[in-house]
Design a protein around this ligand. Structure first.
Ligand SMILES: Cc1cc2nc3c(=O)[nH]c(=O)nc-3n(C[C@H](O)[C@H](O)[C@H](O)COP(=O)(O)O)c2cc1C
Length: 140
């Protein structure tokens, strides 16, 4: 069964570019083997990650990611069965809070600060797609 899981977490302090690249490298190496695709964005000290794939693979990967000391306060914000993947290729991007992004956040939330914890799943999925489209890609 194909599912999509979106969760948010807060980075444990300021992560160095090396630490962020290390996450990208691990993701690219491991996720392909599991048939899990998706995207990860980091903005305002908050990670937002979408994992798509077989429900057992997504579940076990999510539980592995939870053990990582580089983030805290994880929360599943959307989870469900899907007909097809939206992010067939792994992508990792960094979204910074520019004026354009502020209006993007304001479109979906009561305030222009990036705070996905308060969003409803549908709005979250739409905001996530916009963030990925605007994200500055990070190569491993
Ligand atoms: C926000 C966040 C997202 C992560 N996403 C993934 C991921 O999608 N796939 C993955 O294998 N590791 C991910 N990691 C890293 C794992 O927690 C872990 O360090 C890694 O899987 C270890 O595998 P390795 O020994 O092959 O590097 C993530 C870590 C963080 C902090």
């Amino acid at each position: 069964m194909l599912v999509r899981l979106i969760y948010a977490s807060r980075s444990a302090g300021m992560l160095s570019p090396v630490e962020v690249k290390d996450i990208v490298r691990s993701s690219q190496r491991n996720n392909a083997k599991l048939g899990v695709t998706g995207a990860l964005v980091l903005s305002n000290g908050i990670f937002l990650q979408c994992l798509e794939g077989d429900h057992l693979m997504v579940n076990s990967l999510y539980h592995r990611i939870l053990l990582d000391a580089r983030h805290r306060e994880p929360a599943i914000l959307a989870y469900g069965e899907i007909d097809h993947r939206l992010y067939g290729d792994w992508a990792m991007g960094l979204v910074t809070t520019t004026e354009a992004n502020r209006s993007m956040f304001l479109k979906y939330a009561a305030q222009s600060e990036f705070d996905p914890y308060e969003l409803r799943p549908k709005a979250l999925e739409m905001l996530f797609a916009e963030m990925v489209a605007h994200a500055r890609p990070i190569s491993a």
